[in-house]
Ligand binder design. Structure first.
Ligand code: MIC
Ligand code: SF4
Length: 641
């Protein structure tokens, strides 16, 4: 039987298990990346493992999330990551060099390789035919140490691209259409592959926009074939030597198929507050706009920025609009400066920001109260921008630029002829903001500022558990709900005790105090609990607050893995109707939990006087971790044996 692209790469990297759908498989990981908001924890965990030099082909530590440095905390984190990287064989991309996913695509990614990154948008690498996964920091630490990365063997989905994009319609509209078809839950447990005649019409940055936002489908990852276009991109980056051809076999079998007719697409927008709440721009109409932000790992390539520059050239941003531009990397920024496009952007009245995540994660540029903000980003979860009542729309760079000029949401097709943007034959290559690992690692001292606090460790599972329901939530709870980020809180990613005061703060401000009062407890959730970011803080902080289990209707993949790594039980209702009978502060008991987890049987739950069953759908390896109180404890136990 023929194979899909993903199956081919998986097969080549398989070190544990069998490629049978739903069963856990272990993969050899060629490359890792971290960013600073999750990186400090990942490197603290890597240090705890006692491995001297990384055992991957390439590991890179990026600084791109926390670059405001409004106090000593961010700078301390950078210093720690820079020194730990230097000591252990990791390349270090300094603050200002760009957003991890954009820089990795330009300078390190390679078709056919596996990559895991402590950031949910790591699948951006799928744009050049990598199999790239978002993961928790601990999983990245394990991979750096040469350990396997485990996932449940995913289902295969094919998205057939037919036709060719019309003028003013862009890659963002393709992925928004896929989101409209599949929804934010539709990709869970699946790898999405793009195929069909439309593939060849898309450049690498366009493909990367599409695989990047596969994260919003909840997909395990997304991947494009590696073809002549991929080769051209890599050659233009002086990296043609890493190119290999990759495509699916003609008789490959997919579990699901979708079609996007590129020719029929029109400019789209995801409306507040979910990436799958998609409607045509023309249909939403000319709503007044207060802010437009162009950038983020989704849409900050040279190609995107050149389109924006050509729309802005010789025009002026509307007086009521604030337009921000964050080029994705120093390479992009440099090229815009050299060819004069930056001058056009500046002259039009845009505000130029650093090459970093910036407003995407609420690091500055929060909109005004109830402000309407059009963003080329990938997430519009409520409150993520830093303004709780802001109305965030996700749009293409073309829509954002056209609307910034008009002051109202604008379909760029009204602008007349679309300027033609060519992909460069040669990118400007200057890696002088990437620091190589030390030649004499023993001489490097790891610097730990006062903001670097130890991470919490779980305790071995006891025979039974009794506590209270400390929170009951709805469906689609994101990790931004569990643990907000933004300029005020991101500096405390290395300081779990402090960060814990903000857990669920925008959902239920009493949550941290309640946990402290009750000595922890159980969180009850709806479907797709933990979607969004890979931040393992969304598990580590609840662990610190004493949360023993999350009982919900279903989980997002990365968050579930993070819960297991922390030793928090991920339980799902055997009968979702049991959810309805549970109330906040009900007593909840798991009377036989140890035995049941050990045997792999259903878990008995007694709550509010009723007894029912929950599933703990984990692999044997994960079962070991849950019994030991987390993956690190488990690894130590195993090593001792
Ligand atoms: C995000 O987009 O939410 C982030 C910030 O990049 C996160 C990682 C984090 O929380 O640090 C992600 O997507 O994984
Ligand atoms: Fe950074 Fe935003 Fe991309 Fe996350 S989604 S990596 S915050 S740019």
């Amino acid at each position: 039987m023929g194979m899909t692209i993903a199956q081919k790469i998986l097969k080549e990297h398989l070190v544990d298990g069998e490629m049978v759908q739903g069963q856990e498989i272990g993969l050899r990981i060629d490359q890792t990346l971290t960013q600073d908001a999750t990186g400090t924890m990942a490197y603290l965990q890597f240090e705890a493992m006692g491995v001297d030099q990384v055992r991957t082909e390439r590991s890179v530590a990026y600084i791109d999330h926390n670059t405001l440095q409004s106090g000593f905390e961010n700078a301390d984190d950078h210093k720690y990551i820079g020194s730990v990287a230097k000591k252990h064989g990791i390349y270090y991309s300094k603050a200002g060099n760009g957003i991890c996913h954009q820089v990795h695509l330009e300078r390190f990614g390679a078709p056919g390789k596996t990559l895991i990154g402590s950031d949910s948008h790591t699948p951006t690498g799928g744009g050049i035919g990598m199999l790239a996964f978002g993961a928790g920091g601990l999983d990245v630490a394990v991979a750096m140490g040469g350990g396997a990365y485990y996932i449940p063997m995913p289902k295969m989905v094919r998205v057939n691209l037919t036709g060719k994009l019309s003028p003013w319609v862009s890659a963002k509209d393709v992925i928004l259409d896929v989101l409209r078809q599949m929804t934010v839950k539709g990709g869970v447990g699946k790898i999405v592959e793009y195929a069909g005649e439309g593939v060849a019409t898309l450049s690498v940055p366009e493909r990367a926009t599409i695989t990047n936002m596969g994260a919003e489908l909840g997909a395990t990852t997304s991947v494009f074939p590696s073809d002549g276009e991929t080769r051209r991109f890599l050659e233009a980056q002086d990296r043609g030597d890493v190119w290999v051809e990759l495509s699916s076999d003609p008789d490959a079998v997919y579990d699901e198929e979708y079609t996007v007719d590129l020719s029929a697409l029109e400019p789209l927008a995801a409306m507040p507050h979910m990436p799958d709440n998609v409607r045509p721009v023309a249909e939403i109409g000319a709503i007044k706009v207060n802010q437009c932000c162009i950038g983020s790992c989704t849409n900050s390539s040279y190609y995107d920025m050149m389109k924006v520059a050509s729309i802005l050239k010789g025009k002026t941003v509307h007086p009521d609009v604030s337009l921000t531009i964050s080029p994705g990397s120093k390479q992009v920024f440099n090229m815009l400066a050299q060819n004069g496009a930056l001058a056009d952007i500046i002259a039009a009245g845009a505000r130029i920001l650093e090459c970093a995540c910036g407003p995407c994660i609420g690091m500055g540029q929060s909109p005004e109260s109830a402000g309407v903000s059009l963003r080329t980003f990938n997430r519009n979860f409520e409150g993520r921008s830093g303004t709780q009542d802001a109305q965030i729309y996700l749009v293409s760079p073309e829509v954002a630029a056209a609307s910034a000029l008009a002051g109202v949401l604008t379909d760029p097709r009204t602008l007349g002829e679309m300027p033609a943007i060519e992909m460069p034959e040669h990118f400007v290559i200057n890696d002088n903001m990437i620091v190589r690992p030390a030649e004499n690692p023993a001489e490097v001292e790891v610097v730990r500022g006062p903001n670097i606090k130890p991470f919490p460790l779980g305790k071995a599972l006891e025979a039974s558990y009794t506590g209270r329901v400390v929170l009951k939530t709805e469906d689609n709870i994101t990790t931004d709900h569990i643990l907000p980020a933004g300029a005020k809180l991101l500096p405390y990613r290395s300081n779990v005790p402090y960060y814990s005061n903000y857990c669920f703060i925008n959902v239920d401000p009493e949550f941290p105090a309640r946990c402290k009062e009750q000595g922890g407890g159980v969180i009850v959730g709806g479907a797709n609990y933990g979607q969004g970011s890979s931040r393992e803080h969304a598990a580590l902080v609840p662990l610190y607050l004493g949360v023993k289990a999350v009982l919900c209707k279903s989980f997002a993949r990365i968050h579930k893995a993070n819960l297991v790594n922390s030793g928090i039980l991920p339980l799902t209702f055997a009968d979702p109707a049991d959810y309805d009978a549970i109330n906040l502060l009900d007593e909840i008991a798991l009377p036989h939990v140890l035995e049941e987890i050990k045997n792999g049987s259903q878990v008995t739950v007694v709550c509010g006087g009723r007894t029912f069953k929950a599933d703990c759908d984990v692999s044997d390896r994960q079962r070991g971790a849950l019994l030991a109180g987390g993956t690190l404890n488990y690894a130590k136990e195993q090593a001792a044996q």
